[in-house]
Design a protein around this ligand. Sequence first.
Ligand code: HEM
Length: 453
Amino acid sequence: MSLTAPRVGTAPGALPVLGHAWELRTRPLEFLAALPAHGDLVEIRLGPSPGYVVCAPELLRHVLADSRTFDKGGPFFDKARALFGDSLAMARWAQHRWQRRQLQPAFQTARIAGYAEVMGEEVARMTRSWRAGSTVGLVDALNALALRIVTRSVLAAAAEDRAVAEFQRSLPPAVEGLYRRTLTPVPLLHSLPTPGNLRYFRARRRIRRATDDVIRAQRAAPPDDGGLVSLLLSARHGEHDGPLSDADIRDQLIVMIGAGSDTTANALAFAYWLLAGHPAAEERLHQELDDVLKGRPARFDDLDSLPYTRSVVSETLRLYPPGWFFTRATTAETELAGRRLPSGTTVLYSPYILHRHPGLFPEPERFDPDRWLPERADGTPRGALVPFGGGSRKCIGEQFALTEMALALAGISARWALRPARGTRLTPRALGTLSPGPLSMVPRPRKEAPGHG
Ligand code: HEM
């Protein structure tokens, strides 16, 4: 973006002891969105220690490309290991490569094309229970949808209703608890029997138990052709060449279920909120779906013919990236934007900051799916749209998530338009992921689309 030297600044308003932890806890999105005004790299205080927030795409590219120096670490990842162990999303550089190699086959394009069938079936299953004029708790419904999809497809485990219900019940308090622990810079407080801590410990215990049940069921089932549980059961540990322990397998599954469910669910919920408020965009989406699908269900190989549907997905992920805030810790002394960072420095990045930066996206607050049509998308600065991160730690589920979102939009919007129930407001909550808050939506059947007899 800039040809000039990057500017390093300091965020104002640090409190004694807490630093900016209070602002990050109480008004995180406003706090982050204001940071680029202070520089391309902005120093904040996390408790008494400094952290550096990356606010320019070229600096972020540097950080993400050098995942050995800017390794997973910092407050969120250190706390998250208590729930996700040393699994793929948490692993440090030295452990990451072999893990990624073991898990990647579950995300090959050919497999995603196969998962698309499960996605379509599950969307149809969800909408079957909708009635015109009834009220749907959209975020819960989409969470259940995403959990069933990831369990049945990536894990290739029988979608045990009990396990899915348990994940649905326990993941939100576990992830929320983790996030709150990140922002409490006094470790002693984490073990006190406060209601919040007890809720977190209970949720973590339940998730582990439900995941163990999935593994047990899969061990007893005939071997399948490469779902994640089977891949992990036959995987060999990088250096030792021994099988993975049950705890290692459990951690990998929990991270996939965690990272692969409320991210897509929240993004889809935001998409329906945005579409309800932008009738012209909704009409274009409906038109495209009617023209291309002519009333039949969407398949994986339809996605190339649904550019507007995919643009709605991209624009939603720009405005409301579910992964809104990540940390790294430097593993050696290094330099960033001309600032010397000692080993162990916390570096933070936020897709939300870049996606709402007026220097990167004209009228950044405006929902404008047309920005992503090929003729305009080329004007977007490289590295400015980063809902899935980048470099070697880029989301392993990117293609899966984009497919799921586009197919869900196609499956739902072919038949239904969703409108907020009376009194429903968007109340974005930035915790472990960015969510729209509870959204009560009313499904309205669209005028009969061709083929819907
Ligand atoms: C809209 C949906 C999604 C978004 C926005 C999203 C976002 C992200 C981001 C930003 C990262 C990088 C984090 C960092 O730099 O520290 C990431 C990593 C990851 N995501 Fe996703 N994700 C989504 C869906 C999924 C799905 C569906 C799965 C699995 C089924 C998944 C599994 C993972 C895993 C395992 C990692 C760690 C990868 C590694 O370190 O090698 N995500 N995701």
